[in-house]
Write a protein that binds this ligand. Structure first.
Ligand SMILES: NC(=O)c1ccc[n+]([C@@H]2O[C@H](COP(=O)([O-])OP(=O)(O)OC[C@H]3O[C@@H](n4cnc5c(N)ncnc54)[C@H](OP(=O)(O)O)[C@@H]3O)[C@@H](O)[C@H]2O)c1
Length: 292
């Protein structure tokens, strides 16, 4: 297959591009501000440029992990959040549909309000933030635009990534510097290894899956417990990790607290294993040490 990955310079996109390559598919990836080896420049909010690239690449699938992912920034930049998370993927899905290609949109557990997690695909949505709402509207509009669309909801993605931004890197940097880390102990979720997320997504497109599916790790735990697991696997001082309530962090956007994604559908549909933190973090440590 030929695949276009819009946002291949980000955490999920880079893992997707790597997995597509491993599976023998042809892949073209894009960046916006952070070029990576082999990626092409695309501002996905430029609908005409996106359509031109889709026409040039002639993909069987367009995968779009590109997004405005900074939740607190999005709260104060509503228009930009909707432009990047809703309108741009909708244009890209339209361009994909025009040539009969499938489309994968990446969404989030932030479409739920976090009062009754872990959530299944058909549970009622109730976003608490601009980010969550822009993603929910993106899901709905993408589905209308391309009948061959898959909506992959995930959460707390971590693992090796080119820009080193995700939560695990943040914990590693602080702990290695001997700095205390304040981590909420009331945000419950299901951390997701990006290597598994990528492998599962590639399996979904190989199976021509359409519809909404949760792809997440199998363990439901709070951020503080997850940070302790990071320290344990990487041999760092867990005493630096201090539990704090979300309310004390003064974040701009509200977070779903009792969240997490139920993955029964993924277990039915997929053979790709979705690893729990200890096993996945051990793999991440091996990858980082191999890279030096
Ligand atoms: N990470 C998580 O925990 C998580 C959880 C739930 C859902 N998701 C969803 O999964 C997707 C991927 O997340 P991620 O962690 O990989 O995010 P990320 O690391 O922040 O990457 C975002 C990607 O989007 C690109 N991008 C941003 N604005 C763009 C624009 N205007 N035009 C084209 N590309 C643009 C970025 O390009 P540059 O870096 O080159 O500027 C980057 O490649 C997102 O849609 C996110 O909402 C992520």
């Amino acid at each position: 297959m030929r695949a276009l990955v819009i946002g291949a310079s980000g955490q999920v996109g880079a893992a997707l591009a790597a997995r597509l390559g491993e599976r023998g598919h042809t892949v073209v990836g894009t960046h916006h501000r952070m070029p990576q080896p082999g990626t092409r420049l695309l501002d996905v909010t430029d609908a005409a440029a996106t359509e031109r690239l889709v026409a040039e690449v002639e993909p069987d699938w367009v995968l779009c992990p590109a997004g405005l992912t900074h939740v607190d920034y999005g709260e104060d930049h509503r228009e930009e959040a909707f432009a990047v998370n809703r309108d741009a993927p909708v244009s890209a899905a339209r361009a994909a549909a025009k040539r009969g290609a499938g489309f994968v949109y990446f969404s989030t557990e932030y479409v739920f309000d976090g009062t009754a997690g872990p959530y299944a695909e058909d549970d009622p949505t109730e976003p608490l933030s601009v980010y969550g709402l822009s993603k929910l509207e993106g899901e709905r509009r993408v589905e209308e635009e391309d009948p061959r669309s898959a909506i992959v909801r995930t959460t707390v993605a971590y693992g090796p990534e080119p820009q080193g931004k995700n939560f695990v890197y943040q914990v590693l940097r602080r702990a290695r510097a001997g700095e205390p880390i304040r981590v909420p102990n009331d945000q419950v979720s299901s951390p997701t290894y990006n290597v598994d997320l990528a492998a599962a997504t590639v399996e979904l497109i190989e199976r021509d899956f359409h519809g909404v599916i949760h792809v997440a790790g199998p363990a439901i735990l709070d951020r503080h417990a997850f940070a302790l697991e990071v320290c344990s696997v990487f041999g760092l001082d867990a005493g630096l990790v201090r539990p704090v309530e979300t309310a004390a962090l003064g974040q701009r956007a509200r977070r779903p607290l009792r969240a997490g994604l139920a993955i029964d559908r993924a277990r039915l549909v997929l053979s790709t294993p979705l690893r729990a933190p200890r096993e996945a973090l051990t793999d991440m440590r091996r990858v980082l040490e191999t890279k030096g």
